[in-house]
Design a protein around this ligand. Structure first.
Ligand SMILES: [Zn+2]
Length: 611
């Protein structure tokens, strides 16, 4: 019904006179052809103002980042003009807003935009790369649109028309539909400002693939500075994964086109340094290091992209008013991050065991790691309170726990539901029911969610939420695993040749910039099997020389070494070089994990993990 009204309104508008339509939208022109001093010029033409003054805002915060990032700090040379081209007075109100008196005379504003990637890691800002911007003339532009385009006070609900002029050699990857035929001009329309922000665009030399999954068109676009990785290289794995995700999700379906924009950064240069991805309704922006070996990259992309893709369930289909009417400059946060991020992260793991992409044992290891890592945060911190106040201390610093404890909360709800329904129903059924109840256009009130969930599931779930999510009792994870016949055990997992517990390096750097095995350590299997000793300098591996400058390459390459592969290592011991030949023996690490046995709970567990 709603859709019908909407398309009807659209038809009327299309037939009404063109001038009337023009007067009612915000026109934005972005010039990617003329780049001066590494800055992009933006021109915004608003409709006529009826108010005496107005304020133009660039977002302080955008959905999905949960941090105040002040994108206005990257705007320079802000100017406002009347129809004769005379400058109007502008007062910069704060980092993200510009007040213009004489709004009735205002016909356009212009400003220049700096990118965020150039200054990442310098302390200038803390913007997470997938939410950031990149400007490299004739080469690459990452237009996270909120970094380039803002909104006039009270005009965020007006339609936008974006005209982007770009070099013919660059192609814009996006879920927006380009309505202009020229290969140097793209015109995109958005019904309201939040839709502008929801559509990132990446311009680069065309390297993309597309495929259909169950009626949804998936676009994969890759920017690799040296051309080392192509869209073709990553497509087969992405396709297998996304098909499995759609199979897992079943009935939930909310978008016709989904774009995966992958930016690979040069970690040694002034480039993006925060890796991961940011979700959008119809796309995701991903930033990863180009130096990563392909196999490692594929496995990271699998985890990252599957998480973002599952966001189409929540917050897209199920969200509160705080998200639906998102305030970009005076944000109000929702209480239910455990759901938006936690359920999403849990699904990104559960679907892999459900669809046979990982084993049951691997799934338990992942959950055990989440248990262990989440215990580094305050276990009594009330999760709904933390979520509501996530922009402030001390809650801010506990943000990462939404991916750990948040996912475990989702797992416990899943377990409660399986137990209460004799295996019949789980948290995916709950999310489907919530999505039917609400959907993308009908937000819920934060305070009503637990009651609604309880009504759609079981009393045990309501009790769990009140005790462990809205309360401050630490979750007794072992009790929940036990409900599925899963018990605590010491389990082995593969380790890294140079990193103990995946984080503490076995190596250091000496004055000559050489990579040296730490003195006074007990080497791991990898080292002892090759005869590498504490204090040895590691000069090369398989004919590639390594030192301080490319130590990250060594560590990243080592992540894809296979057990039993031949390996040649050149070391220096007591000033003498030696060549050591042998086979890779990967170290294993013992962790506190979980295991299942052949018990009466087998069927219940099957319905949980394979259902
Ligand atoms: Zn997320």
């Amino acid at each position: 019904m709603k859709q019908f009204i909407y398309s009807f309104a659209f038809t009327v508008l299309a037939f009404s006179n063109v001038t009337a339509q023009k007067n009612d939208d915000v026109k934005v022109a972005i010039d990617l052809k003329t780049i001066t001093n590494d800055k992009v010029t933006v021109t915004v033409t608003p409709p006529a103002f009826k108010t005496n003054s107005t304020t133009y805002f660039i977002p302080k915060i955008v959905p999905g980042t949960y941090s105040a990032d002040n994108y206005g700090k990257f705007i320079e040379n802000f100017k406002a003009y009347d129809k004769k081209g005379r400058a109007l007075e502008v007062v910069k109100a704060d980092d993200n807003s510009w007040k213009i008196d004489n709004a009735k005379k205002l016909v356009k504003i212009t400003y220049e935009v700096n990118d965020t990637y150039d200054t990442e890691g310098t302390g200038a800002h803390e913007i997470f790369s997938p939410a950031g911007t990149n400007i490299v003339a004739n080469e690459n532009f990452v237009l996270n649109t909120h970094g380039f385009i803002g909104y006039f006070e009270d005009m965020g609900e007006l339609p936008y028309e974006l005209t982007i002029t770009h070099p013919a050699t660059l192609w814009g990857a996006t879920s927006f539909v380009d309505t202009n035929d020229s290969n140097e001009i793209d015109v995109f329309n958005a019904p309201r400002y939040p839709e502008v922000v929801d559509h990132p665009i990446m311009y680069s030399k065309p390297d993309y693939t597309s495929f259909m999954v169950d009626g949804m068109e998936i676009l994969i676009s890759v920017y690799s500075p040296t051309g080392k990785v192509t869209a073709k290289d990553i497509t087969p794995e992405m396709e297998t994964m996304m098909r499995a995700q759609k199979r897992f999700l079943g009935a939930i379906n909310s978008t016709k086109k989904y774009s995966v924009l992958v930016y690979l950064s040069d970690i040694e240069g002034n480039d993006a340094k925060g890796f991961g991805a940011l979700e959008h309704t119809t796309s995701t922006t991903v930033v990863m290091p180009e130096a990563m070996p392909l196999e490692q990259l594929l496995s990271s992309l699998k985890d990252v992209v599957s998480h973002e893709f599952f966001h189409i369930v929540t917050p897209l289909s199920v969200h509160s008013k705080e998200i639906h009417f998102f305030n970009y400059n005076t944000p109000k946060m929702s209480e239910h991050l455990w759901m938006y991020e936690g359920v999403t992260e849990y699904f990104a793991n559960l679907f892999q065991v459900n669809q046979g992409l990982i084993t049951e044992e691997e799934f338990y290891i992942r959950m055990a790691e989440k248990v262990a890592q989440s215990k580094q945060f305050d276990e009594t911190m009330n999760f709904t309170k933390m979520s509501k106040n996530i922009l402030e201390a001390p809650y801010k610093d506990a943000y990462y726990n939404v991916y750990l404890k948040g996912a475990l909360i989702a797992m416990c709800i899943d377990i409660e539901m399986r137990e209460s329904s004799n295996g019949e129903k789980g948290i995916l059924d709950l999310m489907q029911a919530l999505s039917n109840e609400y959907g993308s256009n009908k937000p819920f009130n934060d305070e009503d969610l637990f009651t609604k969930i309880t009504a759609l599931s079981y009393p045990a779930v309501g009790e769990f939420l009140n005790t462990y999510v809205a309360g401050s009792t630490p979750i007794p994870y072992d009790e929940y695993f036990a409900k599925m016949g899963v018990t605590k055990a010491i389990v082995e997992k593969p380790g890294n040749p140079f990193l103990k517990n995946e984080q503490t390096p076995y190596v250091t750097i000496n004055a000559a910039k050489e990579i040296v095995i730490l003195p006074n350590i007990e080497g791991n299997t990898f080292m002892s099997s090759l005869g590498i000793q504490a204090g040895d300098a590691l000069l090369s591996v398989n004919d590639t020389a390594y030192n301080l400058d490319n130590i990250y390459d060594l560590i990243m390459n080592s992540m894809s070494w296979k057990e039993g592969e031949p390996i040649t290592v050149t070391i220096k011991r007591d000033e003498k070089e030696q060549v050591l030949n042998g086979k890779v023996q990967l170290p294993t690490e013992e962790i506190e994990g979980y295991q299942s046995g052949n018990d009466v709970k087998v069927q219940l567990r099957e319905s949980w993990l394979k259902g």
